[in-house]
Design a protein around this ligand. Sequence first.
Ligand code: ATP
Ligand code: MG
Length: 504
Amino acid sequence: MSDAHEPALRLQGIVKTFPGVRALDGVDFEVMPGEVHALLGENGAGKSTLMKVLAGMYQPDAGEIIIAGRPVRMTTPIEAKAQGVVLIHQELSLVPEMSAAENIYLGELPCRSFGRVDWKILEERSNAILKRLKCNFRAEVTVAHLSIANQQMVEIARALTVDARVVVFDEPTASLTDAEKVVLFDIINDLKAQGVGIVYISHRMDEIFTLSDRITVLRDGAYRGTLTTSDTDEDEVTRLMIGRSLDLSRDEDAPQFGKTMLEVRNLTCPGLFEEISFSVRTGEVVGFYGLVGAGRTEIAEALFGLRIPSEGEVFVDGARVEIASPRDAIALGISLVPENRKEQGLVLQMNCRDNMTLPQVQGLTSGPFMSQRAELAIFDHYRDRLAIKTPSWRQPAGVLSGGNQQKIVIGKWLSMQPRVLIVDEPTRGIDVGSKSEIHQLLRELAAQGYAVIVISSEMPEVLRVSDRIVAMYHGRIMREFSIESVTEDSLVQAISGIKAEEPA
Ligand SMILES: Nc1ncnc2c1ncn2[C@@H]1O[C@H](COP(=O)(O)OP(=O)(O)OP(=O)(O)O)[C@@H](O)[C@H]1O
Ligand SMILES: [Mg+2]
């Protein structure tokens, strides 16, 4: 049974339907011991659903899970874990009020006699795992106090508590810094060397091609094929995924810039960002590029009234303004599509239409209540425009795939027709096809006269959408580039804190 050529795990003919959706339509998938097998597909293709079947969270309508040549039934995640199958979730599933240690061993806290939790052992073991992950926080800390990236590390730590046969990473890098990614990739390579089978889900082709041995593609719940990574390329994979090649050209008329819509002078929030000055014209996209933690999100939050800067001035359409709350910002026509959409953007139990048209919007803007029909028209418009995949507007937002949830939030802010639109990591977790549509959309919005700020940690993204690029390092603007003059090297230098050479 311990044949090296035997898959660590095999899924055969998996079918899973939800009301109105055939999420999986007879999918085959296998992972070999010591293999990194990437799972790719558009938002809503069924990747997370397949992995939830694998991890005992969903029961398939048909099909088999085969481990070491034998069909097994996984009816709960605990049972799956006992079989050595661990899933690291796309959506964080931690209990914020509990410590990191308690979360790591959730459901399996080490106990002393009389069932009392052995806190000493719990904390020792948890700290050992966090150390292995090179985390700079202790296991005793309450999860709510951790950054999103560190919460993600806790989620990963959970997988390392068992002798795993298969570990599934569902978009693990979405909120990690580059340094944290390096650690994660080391961990993955460690597990691989130990003969653990890895399933790796990501929309980032660079990661897929660096890490994986094979790639399986799903499309609309159907199995499209399995490729050997070294024998294929991005174009072939993309075509399998979305049925066409991507057009990455920026074919548009030369952009027309109008008046300065937003100007920021000397904005300072001690410890977060200092002496920030820049401006955005109508018709223009300004990209803020830098490493995670460079202070870009904090600037956006200040412009949206979520942080009060200690110094500096903001002008909108030429007039000096005070932005003390999101209500002020929205009244001035400033919208922010936040980075952490799940917490700040969506009510998961509420249906898709209402998520797009209701809560913040009516709470914050005055004006008549929208009719149901008007709301539906808005929803339909942005569903088509952003290619949001859902069988009906009635679906609770929480059951949409991760990427489609993000599109709902983007649609919500667009539907408010802002003058200044700030988007923070607009395509995080979004598939390559929709990503290029969102880039196109941002360009079009600028062309229609919006002033657009795009915060991104992905170089191809800032290069594709921006007219100007502001490079940040440690809370300061290092350099500003026009799209005509920017080079990849100079961008990398700027965000690493290397000063530009003065022209002779
Ligand atoms: N619990 C559920 N109830 C109803 N529909 C669901 C449920 N879970 C998933 N779906 C639907 O099944 C389909 C597949 O979703 P899934 O989350 O597996 O996509 P995905 O490939 O992981 O996408 P993404 O890249 O955006 O994370 C989607 O249409 C989604 O709306
Ligand atoms: Mg998913």
